[in-house]
Write a protein that binds this ligand. Sequence first.
Ligand code: PEP
Length: 244
Amino acid sequence: MAGNWKMFKSPAETTTFFEKFLPLVAASHHAEVVICAPFIDLAAAIGATQGSAVAIGGQNLHWAKEGAFTGEISGPMLKAIGCQYVIVGHSERRQFFGETDETVLKRTVAALEVGLTPIVCVGEMLAEREANRTNEVLKTQFDGGIGGLTPDQFSRMVIAYEPVWAIGTGKVATPEMAADAHRALRGSCEARFGREASQAVRILYGGSVKPDNVQGLMAQPEIDGGLVGGASLEAGSFAGVVNF
Ligand code: PEP
């Protein structure tokens, strides 16, 4: 269960969140729990979660290790501060910051090279779903991004299926819709990396996951976890998702 805080919270608010959140999930051992925080909150998040089972991640990384890239953060930097995960190719980055399948692949490889687990996001826009193009869009995103990994790299990543029309809109995909998309993605994984690897890879669903809809989604065997935006910002609601 991964939380994506997007561009919310100060370091002080981060500390307050974990003071409330950690006791609420202390007895939860059924899921790996991750918070992907803004860069300026990572130190506070990593300090607050020392000794707990909660892992911390970034929300993006540059593919270069270092260099003249004003405003960017690299994989070695995320690793050095104590991150274990990083989100790559979130739809907000694809929509507003020019992310392409090609740059998604470069960032994913850069994350893996330093031992970070990339959570690579794919998903269709509303018009694409309405035109019955969901599986075609997922295949294109897979082929241009994740499909370019080696089998070893693929075994160390997590996929997040996030229909763009469900992100931050309150419109959650039905469990069946999400499971269909996960099956299509797993089919692409099998065609490229084989059956065993495709069964082992974790595919998270993201898009308006909340405490009151998480159970139905997680009841689908195809859905291995969630990438949660809005509902991860408040300790009680994210604990409600984690403890479904
Ligand atoms: C997200 O940011 O990845 C996300 C799924 O957001 P929300 O849960 O708010 O729809």
